[in-house]
Each structure stands twice: as structure tokens, then as C-alpha cells.
Write a protein that binds this ligand. Structure first.
Ligand code: NGO
Length: 587
């Protein structure tokens, strides 16, 4: 009750703040007060009643004098805001005191509590000042600032103003240092442009690690100079038999650098000793019988294994890890280790006992799917839990030896699971995962024997057996990715499904403006107001009880929909563009 009152009060204050500044309110601004809509929820937000910062044609961005990393964050912010506002937003070194009509990004004066990744944002009538101790913190503050502006600010084309940031003080820092996502580029290859698009999306929700699953049975996706056939042959196909593909070292470095500009670390994974058919097919000598199997394009698992007894296996692994480490500024190499059903238990342990030191020799720390915890792990190694239960003996033993765990429980965090039985793509072996399921678990107490301090963070894996194009990624990742991002960043004290679904719904105009084809879960009250696409839905509103036949047109959630065939009770958008209702876009 108290919480509800505080929320209502906060909402009223924020609206007052906007009105007080004499800034005309659009309907969307009034419907979803920006200070109550931030995802992930900040640690603390204190509205300043009657105050708002107007972003106008003369506004400038000033960054910590002499700091190249701060300047890069300023340039990034200008790059986000220029297309939609049409403003010049020049970026320059900050003078000794913050000038009026400016957005300042400063590396001094932040409260100690913000730590290495947090920030303080203060918006007044004359400036917005983000303070942090690192450029990572400034970048996180900039993501919050974006969300304090109307969703149409995310549009790639000029939009009508006015642009206004509500007055407030936000102090914010993450619960876990590691917030991750994984993209499987092995099952279906995804080109550099798709990875960059995903990186942009991840950055908005303060996710700071992207794990790339670079090799599996169906394809090897990263150039390794000492074993060139891995890509030229092993990368030549994918699930379903398409052309596959791979990243040259230059392309991979481009991804790593682009990620760094979004304050995201790339974690490369080469899965071993199982999930290696593409490598075995490329080099006969890696097989115990010396015979290379055919390339595979099906989705079976657990049939391939490196040859544990051959010396060449470890020459191969050492070469791959060395070349991968040279491409990796981040601290981690991921060695897979899952589903090695074609490797005996003794062989698996022998393999890990040889390979874990090979990772250490590169100067990196090992991450592996939690199956690696069957071996005795050094404290620096992180098991990544992907099970569907809430306990694992190997993981709790690893924790007692000092390891930290990455949590990706398949029935909560797997983005490739369907939302429900009519989701057109995705898998369901770990169950259906609706938005509320994705949100309602506590990483700090989820696994027995793995308390808050033993959790490195949360990661959302997106396996791509059924994921072919960027729109497929959008549909499975959004909105669940935002739920996981909140679990990784926000303090547990802010966890509240009712509040979250409202904040999540307020993200819709941003996603529409960015062209993200998200799943319009009926669990969420999507904000379909706003002026991104002015106009009205003139077709009759969809009704759950009405019978529709092919060709009938309705309005729902701010979109126009055409029925493809007979339907009753199926909500438009819940099965996306592939379902009975064809999405004709925003009206
Ligand atoms: C499992 C399996 C992957 C599949 C995925 C599909 C892990 C760690 N191994 O997760 O090979 O692609 O499920 O959901």
C-alpha cells in the first residue's frame, strides 16, 4: 500500500515537474512519466518538482576535459540524439563549471556509492550532469538519459519536439558486475551487421558482456590461421543446409571494437570436447579413427567428441585458444563443455584437466557451461548454469572452492524458448517462458549453495537453431532481454512485477522507433501512445469474443492487423507477424 502510494506520488510529481517547466506535454509523456519508466530500475530516483531541462537547438554536450573515453561517450550520445532532434549538439571539453544549456559528462564528483560502473545524473532547468568514476559509468548514465526523453528520440529520422528531461537526481549502480547476453552464430551464421545491431540493443539496457558461441557441430565461425580449413570448409554450412559463413579476424576485431564503443566485452566460445563436428569434418587427424565425418546441418546433439587420447588434440586446442586470446581484450575465454555425451566421464575429466591450464596459459580465465564443474576447477573459472533445476552439486562445490557463477537457467533465461505454444519460432525443451517467467526469479538466491556474493551475474543465451534473421532475434529477445537486464542491474528491493510490466510497456515507443519487432505479450500494457507515428487507429478495436475471418481488419495496441484466416480469441501480436494476425504496422 505504502509502495503504491509512493509510486502514485512519484508519478504525480513527475507530471507536475514537466508542467511546471512550461513544457507542453504530449499524451505519451503524460501517460508514462519518464522517471517511473526506466529499465532497468535505478537504485534511487528523486524527482525535482517543477523542474525540467529543455533539450533545444543550442544545447551542447561537454565532457571531462582531456579524457578521450569521456569524449567518446559524448560523441555516442550526440550520435543517438542528432537524427531525431535534428540538433547539432556539438561535443567539447567541459570548462571548470558546467555551462547552462548543456549536458555534461564528468569523471569527478560522483558519490562513492556508484562504484566503477554506476553514475549520478542530476537534471535541472539549465543542465543535465552525469558524474561517474569511469567512462563505463558515464555510458550507463547516458542510457538512463535516453529513457528520460520521449521514445521518439530513438527514431533514425527527424521527429517533432519539444524535448524535455524531467528534473531529478538519479543515483544508480549495478547489483552484479556482469550482465550478459549470448548469441549462437554457429547454428545459423549471423553477419557482423546483425551482431552490431544486437550490441546497440544490449547497450541500452546496461548489458556489458556479449558471449558469442563461435563453433558447434554445424559450423565453425572464426578464422584460425593455424587451422584454416576450420572456416573455409567447417564454416561452409549451417542448420538447414544454408551457406553458413564465418568472421575473418578483421571482421571479428571490428565486432570487438564496436562492442568496446558500447562498453561491452566480447566473450568468445569454442565448445569442446563435444559439439565439434565442424572441426572433426575439417581435419581428419582430429578424429580417433583418422576419418573425417561429413558436415552436419541437422540439430542433433551429443554425438561428436574430440579425440581425448591424441596429442594433436591439445596442439589444436592450444593453437585455437592462443589465436582467440590474441583477438580478445576481455578477461574470459569460454570453452563450452556442455552435453559431451560422446565423451566418457573419465575422458571428459582428463580433457578438462589438460585444457583448463591451456586457458590459464593465455592469461585468460575460463568460463564453461556448468558441466565443466564435474572437473575440479580453479577459483578463476566460472561455471555458467544452464539447468532447469535449482541445485547442482558440481556448481556448489565449485563455489565452495571460490568460483563465481554465471546464471542462465534454461527455463528462465533462455531467449530461444517459446513464449507459449503458438510462438512461431524457438524451442520448448525447457518449457515456455512468458515475460513474467523471465522476470520472476532472484539470481541471488536461485541455486542452492550459490548466494548473492557467489554470483558473477546473469546471462541470456539465444541459441539459433530456429533463428535466421534479425527480426527473429528481436522477437525472441524483446521483451525478455529487458527483464533479465533488470535482474542483473537493479537492486532486489525494486523487484515488483506490477511496476515492471508498466515500465516495460513504456519501452514500446522506443522499440517501435528503433524498428525492433518485439513480441507484444498480453501480460504487458504496451504504451501505444506517443507521436512516433501520428495518426489514429480508425479500424474497429479487436475484441476477444468476436469471430473474424480472413481479410477482417482491426486496431489493437496501436497497430493495424489483418486476419489471415478464421479466428476467435487470439490476441493480435501474441503470435507476432507469423500468426493469424498480420501486422500492418503502427497506425
Ligand atoms: C542447450 C544445448 C545447446 C542448444 C540449446 C538449445 C546448452 C548449454 N547446450 O544449452 O546446444 O542449442 O540447449 O536451447
Amino acid at each position: 500500500m505504502k509502495k503504491l502510494f509512493a509510486r502514485r506520488l512519484g508519478r504525480a510529481l513527475a507530471v507536475l515537474a514537466l508542467i511546471g517547466a512550461g513544457t507542453p506535454l504530449t499524451q505519451a509523456d503524460a501517460a508514462t512519466p519518464a522517471l517511473q519508466s526506466i529499465v532497468p530500475a535505478p537504485v534511487s530516483v528523486t524527482p525535482a518538482a517543477g523542474v525540467a531541462f529543455p533539450l533545444v537547438a543550442t544545447t551542447k554536450i561537454v565532457t571531462e576535459a582531456g579524457s578521450a573515453p569521456a569524449r567518446q561517450v559524448g560523441d555516442y550520445l550526440a550520435g543517438v540524439l542528432r537524427p531525431s532532434t535534428g540538433f547539432a549538439l556539438p561535443v567539447s571539453d567541459a570548462p571548470a563549471s558546467v555551462p547552462s544549456d548543456s549536458i555534461a559528462l564528468l569523471l569527478s564528483g560522483a558519490p562513492v556509492s556508484v562504484g566503477a560502473q554506476g553514475y549520478q545524473l542530476v537534471s535541472t532547468a539549465s543542465s543535465v550532469t552525469v558524474r561517474a568514476t569511469t567512462a563505463d559509468g558515464l555510458f550507463a548514465g547516458v542510457q538512463t538519459l535516453r529513457q528520460l526523453l520521449p521514445g521518439r528520440v530513438e527514431s533514425p529520422t527527424a521527429q517533432p519536439g519539444p524535448w524535455s528531461v524531467p528534473g531529478a537526481t538519479v543515483v544508480d549502480y549495478p547489483r552484479f558486475a556482469y550482465r550478459g547476453a549470448m548469441l549462437d552464430v554457429a547454428r545459423h551464421f549471423h553477419p557482423v551487421s546483425t551482431v552490431k545491431r544486437y550490441l546497440d540493443q544490449l547497450a541500452q539496457y546496461k548489458i556489458n558482456n556479449l558471449h558469442l558461441h563461435l563453433a558447434d557441430d554445424q559450423g565453425w565461425r572464426i578464422q584460425i590461421d593455424s587451422w584454416p580449413r576450420l572456416t573455409t570448409y567447417g564454416g561452409s554450412t549451417q542448420v538447414g543446409g544454408g551457406a553458413g559463413g564465418y568472421y575473418t579476424k578483421a571482421q571479428y576485431t571490428d565486432i570487438v571494437n564496436y562492442a568496446a564503443s558500447r562498453h561491452i566485452t566480447i566473450i568468445p566460445e569454442i565448445d569442446m570436447p563435444g559439439h565439434v563436428n565442424a572441426a572433426l569434418a575439417s581435419y581428419a587427424e582430429l578424429n580417433c579413427n583418422g576419418v573425417a565425418p561429413a558436415l552436419r546441418t541437422d540439430t542433433a546433439v551429443g554425438y561428436s567428441s574430440l579425440c581425448i587420447s591424441k596429442d594433436v588434440t591439445y596442439t589444436f586446442v592450444a593453437d585455437v585458444l592462443r589465436e582467440l586470446a590474441a583477438l580478445t581484450p576481455g578477461p574470459y575465454l569460454h570453452i563450452g563443455g556442455d552435453e559431451a555425451s560422446a565423451t566418457s566421464q573419465a575422458d571428459y575429466l582428463a580433457f578438462m584437466n589438460k585444457v583448463l591450464p591451456l586457458v590459464a596459459a593465455t592469461g585468460k580465465s575460463a568460463v564453461g557451461w556448468h558441466d565443466i564443474a564435474k572437473a575440479s576447477l580453479p577459483a578463476s573459472a566460472s561455471p555458467q548454469f544452464w539447468g532447469t533445476s535449482t541445485s547442482d552439486a558440481g556448481v556448489s562445490t565449485a563455489v565452495s572452492r571460490g568460483s563465481k557463477v554465471i546464471l542462465s537457467p534454461a527455463n528462465k533465461a533462455y531467449l530461444d524458448m517459446k513464449y507459449n505454444s503458438s510462438t512461431p519460432i524457438g524451442l520448448s525443451w525447457a518449457g515456455y517462458i512468458e515475460v513474467q517467467d523471465a522476470y520472476n526469479w532472484n539470481p541471488g538466491s536461485y541455486l542452492s549453495g550459490v548466494g548473492e556474493s557467489a554470483v558473477r551475474g546473469v546471462e541470456s543465451p539465444l541459441w539459433t537453431e530456429t533463428v535466421v534473421k534479425p527480426a527473429d532475434i528481436d522477437y525472441l529477445a524483446f521483451p525478455r532481454l529487458a527483464a533479465h537486464a533488470e535482474l542483473g542491474w537493479s537492486p532486489w528491493s525494486t523487484h515488483d512485477w506490477t511496476a515492471f510490466r508498466t515500465r516495460l510497456g513504456a519501452q514500446a515507443p522506443r522499440w517501435v522507433a528503433q524498428g525492433i519487432t518485439f513480441y507484444r505479450s498480453s501480460q504487458v500494457a504496451w504504451d501505444t501512445g506517443g507521436t512516433t507515428n501520428p495518426g489514429t487507429c480508425t479500424d474497429p478495436a479487436w475484441s476477444a469474443s468476436q469471430v473474424y475471418t480472413g481479410g477482417n481488419v482491426v486496431s489493437h495496441n496501436g497497430h493495424k492487423w489483418t486476419a489471415q484466416w478464421w479466428t476467435q480469441g487470439e490476441e493480435p501480436g501474441t503470435t507476432g507477424q507469423w500468426g493469424v494476425w498480420k501486422d500492418n504496422g503502427v497506425c
